[in-house]
Design a binder for this molecule. Structure first.
Ligand code: F6P
Length: 329
């Protein structure tokens, strides 16, 4: 069997470890792996990963040392052309031409929506792996890259807290998450932030100011607020302007962490998760599965139909939000 693997959407730490697991598992079982570069756009342009000798199949040694590498060596993209029917039909034609029997896309919700669209025109098997720092896919306890992104954000918040305390300031620290507050909530808990603002939580500016006033009454001299980029106020900068216009009790500064959160070597948790799910995706293909994502629940690899992974918003556990308030006391 010939299996194609590619990364798509935002890069996430652990994507390389996942590709390595796909290659090692499939090749050891006697199958061939083709690495497709630059996600769906690379597929449309037939950009294939070449090994040292210029061959197009990935061997056991091609992926030596990939576990610890950040970013994605296969490269990635967000592809407009693939959103159209004609783009998907062309991709299906190329897959047939390359004699690919099965595909393993590694990415987030956009990647899986693309896989569902492709399946309308191509009858090969598709089993995805959840690779996104956002942790916003149903069907897995965590996505590949989430843990490392949170760790990076926490290290940054810890450093910013030093300067916040020294100057008796409030910092509004923006983390990624256009539609999901997982990174913000986990970062806030681990870094001991007093406030978190996420897309899932609606509150009035007055309620936020009241919370700040209460923190000041309790003797807090510095405050860390972790803001998801897609929160109701429109991110840290906008929220800061709003607070300044309404006599915020603290002097404030804004720090936007941005793409820093997507870079760096994957941590232990992401390396293990990526290896587990890459191998799990190959095993699922060999069992004849298709149209599913390989995720992990309670340390077991489980398969969830693509439709279900993207159908609903993965909810933030309310206990975690409660925990932030309790800890800020
Ligand atoms: O989906 C991952 C993510 O990092 C989001 O958290 C963020 O909103 C988005 O990608 C940024 O995308 P880009 O790098 O294309 O600007």
């Amino acid at each position: 069997m010939r299996i194609g693997v590619f990364c798509s959407g935002g890069d996430a730490p652990g994507m390389n470890a996942c590709v390595r697991a796909v290659v090692r598992t499939a090749v050891a079982a006697g199958h061939e792996v083709i690495g497709i570069c630059d996600g769906y756009s690379g597929l449309l342009e037939r950009r294939l990963h070449k090994d040292g000798e210029g061959g197009c199949t990935m061997g056991l040694r091609t992926v030596s040392g990939w576990t610890k590498l950040g970013g994605t060596l296969l490269k990635t993209s967000r592809c407009e052309a693939f959103r159209t029917d004609s783009g998907q039909i062309e991709a299906a034609r190329i897959l047939r031409d390359l004699r690919i029997d099965a595909l393993i896309p590694i990415g987030g919700d956009g990647t899986f929506r693309g896989a569902m669209a492709l399946a309308r025109h191509w009858n090969g098997q598709i089993v995805g792996c959840p690779g996104t720092i956002d942790n916003d896919l149903c069907g897995t306890d965590a996505t590949i890259g989430f843990s490392t992104a949170v760790q990076t954000a926490v290290e940054a918040v810890d450093k910013i807290r030093d300067t916040a305390e020294s100057h008796r300031r409030m910092f509004l620290i923006e983390v990624m998450g256009r539609h999901s507050g997982f990174i913000a909530v986990h970062t806030a808990i681990a870094a001991g932030a007093e406030i978190v603002c996420i897309p899932e939580l609606d509150r009035t500016p007055d309620a936020l100011l009241e919370q700040l006033a209460e923190l000041e009454r309790r003797g807090k001299t510095s405050v860390m607020a972790v803001i998801a980029e897609g929160d109701q106020f429109g991110g840290a900068q906008k929220l800061d302007e709003l607070l300044q216009a309404r006599s915020c009790p603290f002097s404030t500064r804004v720090a936007v962490l941005g793409h820093l959160q997507r870079g760096g070597a994957p941590n232990v948790e992401d390396r293990i998760l990526a290896s587990h799910l890459g191998a799990g995706a190959v095993a699922a293909i060999l069992r004849g599965k298709t149209g599913v994502m390989a995720g992990r629940r309670d340390d077991t690899c489980v398969l969830t139909p693509f439709e279900e992974t993207v159908a609903s918003h993965k909810p933030i556990p309310p206990e975690l939000l409660e925990l932030i308030n309790t800890m800020a006391n």
